[in-house]
Ligand binder design. Structure first.
Ligand SMILES: [Zn+2]
Length: 220
């Protein structure tokens, strides 16, 4: 049961293609789990194309046309929502995650943030936004932290709670800059979630502050 969704502004930016790539990937993954947002996304796309049809045609010169055609030829398969072909909601790992991971969770290069929290960065091609998997051992917490920008989170396995609520597989959470929180995994199993940050994370507990330069190094 999905209880936490992206807001309409974010869905609208996703549907119109203006969301940064890493955030767009995170939102695509939520669509794998959430029929309600898939429907909204479809409606926004239909609305967008109806508005596009109403635009009056513009004259373009040959060089612009050639540039556009060349870019279409170069275009790689975009990192967008893909149906898993079996209804989506029962699939443990959406196809997009499998594509970014190139293997299993165990094959990734995990770094310890603490004894019970590990992080593995994945490449999306977006240089401005960090896209990473966080693995929190059952019952453990990510140290209290703030971030300078937006933090998007999507739960892939298990679940966690923070000061604002409880989140399970497929739930999408957006935190603004300076909102402090301490995510804690449920007691029964490890939690794996995706975190997308548009500015480096900052731990507010003194004992974790030494980790901050490491994270900035990782983000560069
Ligand atoms: Zn949703």
């Amino acid at each position: 049961m999905i209880n936490h969704h992206p807001d309409t502004r974010l869905l609208n930016e996703y549907s119109s293609g203006t969301l940064p790539l890493a955030q767009s990937v995170c939102l695509s993954l939520h669509l794998n789990y959430c029929e309600q947002c898939r429907r909204t996304h479809q409606r926004l796309q239909q609305l967008g194309s109806a508005l596009f049809e109403e635009l009056s045609p513009q004259q373009v010169d040959d060089s612009l046309l050639r540039t556009v055609m060349a870019r279409l030829d170069d275009e790689q398969e975009p990192l967008r929502y893909q149906s898993s072909g079996n209804g989506g909601e029962t699939d443990a790992r959406p196809p997009l995650v499998q594509r970014l991971m190139h293997g299993d969770y165990e094959d990734l290069d995990w770094r310890n943030l603490s004894k019970k929290v590990r992080v593995s960065r994945l490449r999306t091609g977006d240089v401005d936004n960090e896209f990473a998997l966080y693995r929190i051992s059952a019952g453990a917490s990510i140290p209290k932290h703030t971030h300078r920008g937006t933090e998007l989170t999507l739960v892939l396995e298990g679940g966690f709670s923070d000061e604002q609520g409880h989140y399970e597989v497929g739930d999408f959470i957006m935190r603004d800059a300076e909102q402090q929180h301490t995510p804690t995994a449920t007691q029964d199993r490890d939690c794996i979630c995706i975190g997308v940050l548009d500015a480096p994370i900052r731990f507010t507990d003194w004992k974790y502050r030494a980790v901050n330069p490491f994270l900035k190094l990782q983000a560069s």
